[in-house]
Design a binder for this molecule. Sequence first.
Ligand SMILES: Nc1ncnc2c1ncn2[C@@H]1O[C@H](COP(=O)(O)OP(=O)(O)O)[C@@H](O)[C@H]1O
Ligand SMILES: [Mg+2]
Length: 297
Amino acid sequence: MGDQASSLRQLLQQQQPSQKQRMGDSQTPTCSIAVLSGKGGVGKTNVSVNLGIALTELNYSVLLVDMDIGMGNIDAMVGTYSTMSMADLLRGSGDVSTLIQPSLYGIDIIAGGSALAEELSPDEDVVQLALGELEERFSKYDFVLFDLGAGISKDRVPVLTSVDRIIGVTVPEPPALTDLYSALKWVHHYEPMIPIQLIVNKAVSEKEGLAAAERIQAVAKRFLQKEVELLGVIREDPAVVSSVKAQVPFVCRLPKAMASQAVRGMARKLTLQPSAEEYRPSFIQRLSQRWGGKKRA
Ligand SMILES: Nc1ncnc2c1ncn2[C@@H]1O[C@H](COP(=O)(O)OP(=O)(O)O)[C@@H](O)[C@H]1O
Ligand SMILES: [Mg+2]
């Protein structure tokens, strides 16, 4: 049944032009979003994959980039096998034409792959070549979502400060809230203008989720003078766990589940946001300036 449903979804999506196809590339800028958490295991990858799919259901084209290099698992989550990854691109190897992989569920993906930490600081020429490869490819999508690893590290700063918006994901437990706040504080330090939104995942009730969100919102407002918008709460839901095991995203496998409905609401909310592109140049131009690059700047 799952297979039939996904074939049908694919067929329907193929028939519907994406927002970009409808409006013409130049009129609809690509919205780049980094999905970030303070801790691992809070559901960042599940959120990224399923939010991406929910956006494709609204006829937006979505590329999901696994930037959790070494620990990434997007390809496993959607059951695809990638021969080329972000790690390969950053070490200047592999066949770039196979970097972007279609999935069965409407989103396209770039796998993280594996690399040693020292390889994540490639020299400037490799970075500029990689960015050149990505620029045109990214511009074809309405949304490019980056699933970043947990926390802030030096290699994540360029992506984090170049995207149009940040989505912070946390669970309601106090240590996770503290860690997410620390990560957001760093983002704010580097780029105070970036809009930050929040998702509270694995809440036992809506009330618990809202209370956790309010805590982060209150500290951000008090200490950073930053408004953090709540994108939504996802309850603890067995549909998520069973779907991870089945390697089928929960919004496709169990569309009526609580988690699926919550994620769909978030996708609708995201598409109502004004484009953040208005206040800054394109994502790749910013990344090029921040990721050790001067030649393209
Ligand atoms: N809303 C939820 N309800 C129940 N389990 C969840 C939920 N969200 C995530 N999980 C479980 O948490 C685990 C970690 O999720 P994952 O998306 O891989 O986290 P991260 O990317 O932050 O490390 C998964 O195995 C998944 O089954
Ligand atoms: Mg993950």
